[in-house]
Design a binder for this molecule. Structure first.
Ligand code: ADP
Ligand code: MG
Length: 557
């Protein structure tokens, strides 16, 4: 039998494919399963327009069979199959996608599920296999054909026997080398994990015979092996289900299953968007910071699916830095993928999704703050610092999004308050939002500078996080009220100025002598109205508080 040659370009492309398009070998399984699913979908679409064809969902499945003895992995589907021509055209010509053509011919556009489009996925099989054998019988044909290839040097096609319509792909798995392990692709547990990871939401059952061990009946302490056929994938993803069908527990289980975190999330958001951009998403607001959260090692991002197939583990572009704590996933049909389906080609849709997600997260946090204060405060304890960094970073660009989500400890009952709460209960004569920055609330309370302000009956925000004051400097004012450090020169408290002047005149010489003694260390020695039980205090002139000056002088450069 004469060997058909791959076209010249195809040869080069195949080499390239096998070695460089995909970053991980395990994705060959995602590609072959996606093809099998597409093949079943095609029967489904045929049945929509062909009265003689009945689509009974139970008849359609994908089956995996690893066999360690023969080093083969067999993937069988009950899909539409391929004719001899189709085997030659779709598998013999790289970058030719029968699925893409099918979508066009059948004008399947919106809501389609067919995954294939580039005509390269199949060849990823050669990343793990020395020989790939495809036997197929097309729907409506009694003939079956066998296509076989060892990679770049071409393929053969010959008639063969096959009882059922569909396709069977046998991979002769490569031998282990020093650098690469291939045995794992014959291990049923490893295969199960790969299926769960990439293909859990393929809408047809992916079956496998799984051998497990169980206690032997009638004999204590003895075990026996037994084999049973299992459906490995969950098929209907939780995000495609209706919110009304789902309980909080379902969402929490998904969080655990996906290993988004080890905590119990404070809240989840289930988005089903079908406006300008169509996508489903499930997002979580965690309660606890991951151990590496405030380090450079932490990677933000959401899982990204295209049509139920995992494309990216951590798509960073979907989350702004200030919401980097959010976990979860997005599934969309509208993404333009590049050839490896690992990256996105255009980011317009992605940008739209990201923008949408950002506003959903914000409103979720706002409603938590409003309706479930305790939960919000728990969340804030972990991630408040991130929000404050968010206000400060990029020159305060995002302060409008974030300022209403901030909480600070107030002198009033030492409770956390929002800026809005603070401002709305300010006495009428209070001009500024007062704050004191320092190490701890206990210390700040003892500061002489706070006395006068508290005596006036004004509230003070205690800033104990070193980012606090920086964030506030970016906000500058809230509801037309400027922020004022209690250690700043002019506190804006009535009658201060005149009395201080009078006292200064009385003690002119004393102050001049003190200034000389402290020369270089202070700029001015003045009488102050702000002291009651303390004889002396330090204050700053201009914008920076003492604490902030400390932070700045400690910064490198
Ligand atoms: P894509 O899936 O992007 O079209 P592939 O290289 O994965 O590209 O597959 C090439 C083509 O081969 C598919 O478009 C399809 O027409 C055909 N094909 C592959 N696997 C199967 C299968 N299991 N059953 C039927 N047709 C298949
Ligand atoms: Mg494919």
């Amino acid at each position: 039998m004469a060997k058909q040659q791959f076209q010249a370009e195809s040869k080069r492309l195949l080499e390239m494919m096998i070695n460089s398009i995909y970053t991980q070998k395990e994705i060959f399984l995602r590609e072959l399963i996606s093809n099998a699913s597409d093949a079943i979908d095609k029967i489904y679409y045929r049945a929509l327009t062909d009265d003689k064809l009945v689509f009974n969902k139970d008849d359609y499945f994908i089956k995996l069979k690893p066999d360690k003895a023969s080093r083969t992995l067999t993937i069988t589907d009950t899909g539409i199959g391929m004719t001899k021509d189709e085997l030659e055209n779709n598998l013999g010509v790289i970058a030719k996608s029968g699925s893409y053509a099918f979508k066009n011919e059948n004008e399947i556009k919106d809501g389609h599920n067919i995954i294939g489009q580039f005509g390269v996925g199949f060849y990823s099989a050669f990343m793990v296999a020395d020989v790939v054998t495809v036997t197929s019988r097309a729907l409506g044909s009694d003939e079956a054909y066998k296509w076989e290839s060892q990679g770049a040097d071409g393929y053969t096609v010959e008639p063969c026997e096959k009882d059922a319509v569909g396709t069977e792909i046998i991979l002769k798995i490569k031998e282990n080398t020093e650098d690469e392990q291939y045995d794992e692709y014959l291990d049923e547990y490893r295969l199960k994990t790969i299926i769960k990871k990439y293909s859990d939401f393929i809408r047809y059952p992916i079956k496998m015979d799984i051998t497990s061990s169980r206690p032997k009946e009638g004999s204590e302490g003895e075990f026996e092996d037994y084999t049973e056929e299992q459906t490995v994938n969950s098929m209907v993803p939780i995000w495609r289900k209706n919110k009304s069908e789902l309980t909080d527990e379902d969402y929490e289980n998904f969080y655990v299953e996906k290993r988004y975190g080890f905590d119990k999330p404070v809240s989840h958001i289930h988005i089903k968007a079908d406006g300008a951009v169509v996508y489903n998403a499930i997002l979580y607001i965690p309660e606890k910071t991951p151990f590496d959260y405030y380090t450079k090692e932490y990677e933000k991002g959401l899982e990204l699916y295209s049509n139920g197939v995992l494309i990216m583990n951590k798509c960073a572009d979907l989350l702004p830095d200030y919401f980097s704590f959010v976990k979860g996933m997005v599934d969309s049909e509208d993404l333009s993928l590049n050839i490896s389906r690992e990256l996105l080609q255009h980011d317009r849709q992605l940008k739209m999704i990201a923008k949408n997600i950002q506003s959903k997260i914000k409103s979720q946090l706002q409603s938590l703050l409003k309706d479930e204060r305790e939960k919000y405060e728990k969340f804030y304890e972990s991630f408040g610092r991130q929000l404050k960094f968010g206000v400060y970073n990029e020159y305060g660009m995002h302060k409008d999004v974030l300022q209403d989500l901030l909480l600070f400890t107030s002198s009033k009952e030492k409770k956390l308050v929002t800026l809005d709460e603070y401002v709305s209960r300010m006495p009428e004569d209070q001009k500024y939002i007062y704050y004191a920055a320092g190490e701890s609330v206990e210390r700040l309370e003892k500061l002489p500078q706070t006395e006068l302000v508290l005596d006036k009956g004004y509230e003070i925000l205690y800033f104990t996080d070193d980012i606090d004051e920086f964030a506030i400097k970016m906000i500058m004012s809230y509801k037309d009220k400027e922020f004022k450090s209690v250690s700043s020169g002019d506190l804006g408290i009535e009658a201060d100025a005149a009395e201080e002047k009078a006292e200064a005149d009385d003690n002119k010489e004393l102050f001049a002598a003190m200034k000389e003694l402290l020369s270089g260390k202070v700029k001015e020695v003045k009488a102050s109205k702000r002291l009651k039980s303390h004889p002396v205090c330090l204050s700053t002139e201009g914008e920076l508080s003492i604490e902030m000056e400390k932070v700045l002088s400690a910064m490198p450069g």
